[in-house]
Design a binder for this molecule. Sequence first.
Ligand SMILES: C[S@@+](CC[C@H](N)C(=O)[O-])C[C@H]1O[C@@H](n2cnc3c(N)ncnc32)[C@H](O)[C@@H]1O
Length: 344
Amino acid sequence: MRTTTPHQHSPHAHGPTAHPHADAIQAQVLDLDAKVMADQVDAVIEWMPVRSAPTRIVDLGAGTGAGTFALLHAFPDAVVTAVDSSAEHLELLRDRARRDGLDDRIRTLQVDLDAADWPDLGRPDLVWASASMHHLADPDRALRTVRDALGDKGLFVVLELSGLPRFLSPDTPEGRPGLEERCHAALEPSTSARMPHRGSDWAPKLTAAGLEVAAHLALDVAIDSTENEAIGPYALAALTGLRRAGAELLPAEDLAALDELLDTTSPHSILSRSDLTLRTTRLVWAARRPDTDEADEADEADEADEADEADEADEADDPFSPAAEAANCERVLGSRRHGLDSAV
Ligand SMILES: C[S@@+](CC[C@H](N)C(=O)[O-])C[C@H]1O[C@@H](n2cnc3c(N)ncnc32)[C@H](O)[C@@H]1O
């Protein structure tokens, strides 16, 4: 395993977590999410419209490696470059790679993906970005960089959350029903201001970056705490985050109700509840560079044509030229219809 070289790391308000303590809390949540959502991540990997099993994979905003390890298991011949701005997350990812005997198939890179110049990512045939793109201040630039890095037959898979997971039913907890929803509503303005791209439709962004959306998937997830023992600890971690962020925003009665749920020594602790259900919707877009057969034909025409015709062909090859954008738009609309048909 090649180890991390700190690269272009410049923490900012939108993306990289600001300090190690925040990273440690996020790492805990990411690991719990990975435990609870393992089957769904495997289902997305199986669903991905790859043209052949990828061997060179890049995991953008890899965190502690939920996607990295799932992809390594799904594609035994693949190597993964795990990219993240957090040294702490990458350290945890490397620790697990060593424990699982996978370190020779993983390279880690500490990179701020909002930086203009990324290190060389090679020519990946799969780029995977799970719950990371919305953290970026300038995701559009990142998408264009991915387009440039992707191989001709490569696939870019963007996974995002429609919102943060919910655990309590609306008529609970006793005495303060609707508590969780009120917490999220109170925090929404500051969260949106920090991460304006959260909850976006990524199809137009991918198209604008010169990629074609090949398929789209919406995964509605509801997992009962009786089915998965990590749901209680996940709910505890999530509500701890809400309590901390909402300290100045929530009414005293809601803060007291949260404190009761978060007191793991109390019989009213969230860990003692048997009625928790993780509810979340994961949205996935799979995109690739525009059809390479057409690009090949255009290249052959360029060689045969006169210089001025070649200039026109060059313009058509430019994904940002008006002609290319119009052509892409038509193709993407067709593909999106197909993708939406196949959504579950
Ligand atoms: C919600 S986590 C998702 C982690 C992982 N992909 C998963 O699905 O578990 C978002 C990740 O993006 C990383 N991140 C946020 N902003 C970033 C930036 N500007 N450059 C690189 N990584 C960033 C964070 O450090 C974090 O690991």
